[in-house]
Write a protein that binds this ligand. Structure first.
Ligand code: ARG
Length: 293
């Protein structure tokens, strides 16, 4: 009742996904970076619960120093018995300060955001460590303006199959209820480096998902490469990421707040899902603090 009509409407949109989807784990997404503060009475409780902060007072500290982990920072999976190369991926979620979060963007804002990112991608393409190209799904840039990076349906499918681009977001009921999938496929696409290891998605659950992936043995290599790329991206003019004093980098979903990082590997574990479900896998992973994707 303390909220203005306008704020109440935004708050309703933040929690609509949880109302529609009873199987939600968190059941909410922020619509604007400021929502974590504005609706702090709600979000703070969700965040402290999900991230396990009983003190209710912790402040996020961004720390990318992994030199004390593993063997002086080297995390070689051969040392724990993997004989084949693993597919490794590290990503962060990021959003630009000057825009609404994806749940509240309209088509025009999605296009405007894509255009802002094109300037940043140009700077990466000019950089010899990256180069690469932009693949865009936007049918046009509005008002009869052509999208120079538009790809064909066939090319899109090829990039989805190669795990470079994301699938139609409308198929995700959580994102759909939150409005995050709206205006599909406007303002959606990615940039990929020439060596194919660095990718920046635009227009998914977060405005940006910045990632590095490759096959290999040393997990720290992917992590370090992402760290380096992030510094380059953050240094580009016009790129200012939304942050919160308490929670770190702002992401749509409260689960990703903080460094916004997820590190993952693909491992083959014979028979773990032979009953056709991921029940056993979840049982094995939970006590290890890992999640099954
Ligand atoms: N909204 C979903 C839920 O609450 C997503 C949770 C985490 N996953 C994610 N992609 N953010 O269950």
């Amino acid at each position: 009742k303390a909220l203005s009509d306008e704020d109440f409407e935004v708050f309703r949109r933040c929690v609509q996904t949880g109302i529609d989807n009873e199987d939600s784990g968190l059941g909410c997404y922020a619509m604007q970076p400021d929502d974590y503060k504005k609706f702090g009475g709600f979000f703070n409780a969700v965040i402290r619960d999900y991230h396990g902060d009983e003190s209710g007072k912790k402040k996020h500290v961004t720390d990318w120093d992994a030199s004390s982990i593993g063997d002086n920072g080297v995390l070689d999976v051969r040392k724990i018995g993997f004989q084949e190369e693993l597919s490794m991926r590290v990503r962060v979620g990021r959003n630009l300060k000057q825009y609404n979060l994806p749940g509240k963007m309209d088509q025009a804002e999605r296009i405007d955001f894509e255009k802002t990112m094109l300037k940043a991608f140009d700077s990466l393409i000019k950089n010899k460590d990256y180069r690469g190209e932009v693949y865009s799904l936007s049918p046009d840039f509005g008002k009869g303006e052509k999208n120079p990076n538009k790809i064909s349906d066939e090319k899109y499918q090829e990039l989805v199959d190669a795990h470079v681009l994301f699938k139609d977001m409308d198929a995700d009921p959580f994102l759909k209820s939150a409005g995050i999938a709206s205006d599909w496929p406007y303002g959606r696409g990615c940039w990929q480096s020439a060596d194919k290891q660095c990718i920046i998605w635009f227009g998914e659950e977060d405005q940006l998902r910045i990632m590095c992936m490759k096959k290999g043995y040393c997990l720290n290599e992917v992590f370090d490469r992402l760290n380096t790329m992030l510094k380059v991206v953050e240094g580009i003019e016009g790129i200012e990421f939304a942050t919160s004093d308490d929670y770190g980098y702002v992401t749509s979903c409260p689960s990703n707040l903080g460094t916004g990082m997820r590190a993952s590997v693909h491992v083959k574990i014979p028979n773990l899902t032979s009953d056709g479900t991921d029940k056993k896998a979840k049982e094995v992973c939970r006590p290890l603090g890992l999640s099954v994707r």
